[in-house]
Design a protein around this ligand. Structure first.
Ligand code: 9D3
Length: 230
């Protein structure tokens, strides 16, 4: 899989992909990730990527022309209709649909993913209307741009690419589809500053441990994510 990130801050990503599973997947050539400077698709002397909003209001809006040019040069497609199967053009935007494990799994199947990072007050709507295949938000909080969201999306997708995680892949995808949070984990020491590891985990009684873990997962879910139990 190839992942191309279009951004006004291409250097933001360099260090981030140099760790853990993403680094291993790149080294194994399972994926190739490149970040691209949106300004390289401008044609004016000052490489302007933004302009004032029609209708007035605060802040600036990313202009359509450099974004359309970027996607055309990276995919060959001039519009969404020209984006062939096996390619997706994703706009990271607060107005997008929610990024979920199931969307991550779908995007992990494609051969080429373009991630467009919004900045300023937003992106000219013709990008979402006519170019993008998926407008995606990572959650209901305000970021200062799409770059942090792109990191999240890349991380979630790369670990689902066959071979990136080894044999653990299927197990870890399932933990979000069974609608319960994970059970609590403990390691040595069995007592730390007066806090004891639950005795059952030290017994070696695996059926009893499985029951305890399930009950503890239900309790954790009730406390932290009651919405998952409905
Ligand atoms: C005052 C209206 N705001 C829109 C909800 C302005 C605004 C906030 C944040 C405009 C741009 C941004 C930048 N955010 C993103 O580009 C973004 C984002 C986010 O803020 N939250 C969750 N997911 C994403 S994906 C891209």
């Amino acid at each position: 899989m190839r992942i191309d990130i279009v951004t006004i801050f291409p250097d933001y990503f360099r260090e981030a992909f140099n760790y853990g599973i993403v680094r291993k997947a790149c080294a194994a050539t399972l994926i190739k990730i490149q970040s691209h400077d949106l300004r390289s698709w401008t044609s004016d002397k000052h490489h302007v990527v933004d302009d004032r909003p029609f209708g007035g209001g605060d802040g600036m809006v990313l202009k359509p022309e450099p974004i359309f040019a970027a996607v055309e040069s990276l995919t060959g497609a001039r519009t969404r209709a020209g984006v062939t199967a096996g390619k997706r053009v994703v706009l990271l935007s607060p107005q997008g649909r929610s990024f979920t494990q199931s969307l991550a799994a779908e995007l992990a199947q494609v051969e080429q993913l373009i991630l467009i990072c919004g900045r300023y007050e937003g992106v000219d709507e013709r990008v979402a209307e006519a170019l993008v295949t998926d407008e995606v938000s990572i959650g209901d909080y305000v970021l200062s741009g799409g770059e942090a969201a792109a990191l999240v999306v890349v991380d979630a997708i790369v670990r689902l690419i066959p071979g990136a995680l080894g044999s653990e892949t299927s197990a870890s995808t399932e933990s979000f589809s069974d609608a319960l949070l994970d059970y609590p984990h403990y390691t040595r020491p069995s007592e730390f500053e007066g806090m004891r590891v639950p005795d059952v985990l030290l017994t070696g009684d695996h059926p009893e441990i499985a029951r305890w873990r399930h009950e503890a997962a239900v309790e954790k879910t009730k406390r932290n994510r009651p919405d998952l139990l409905k």
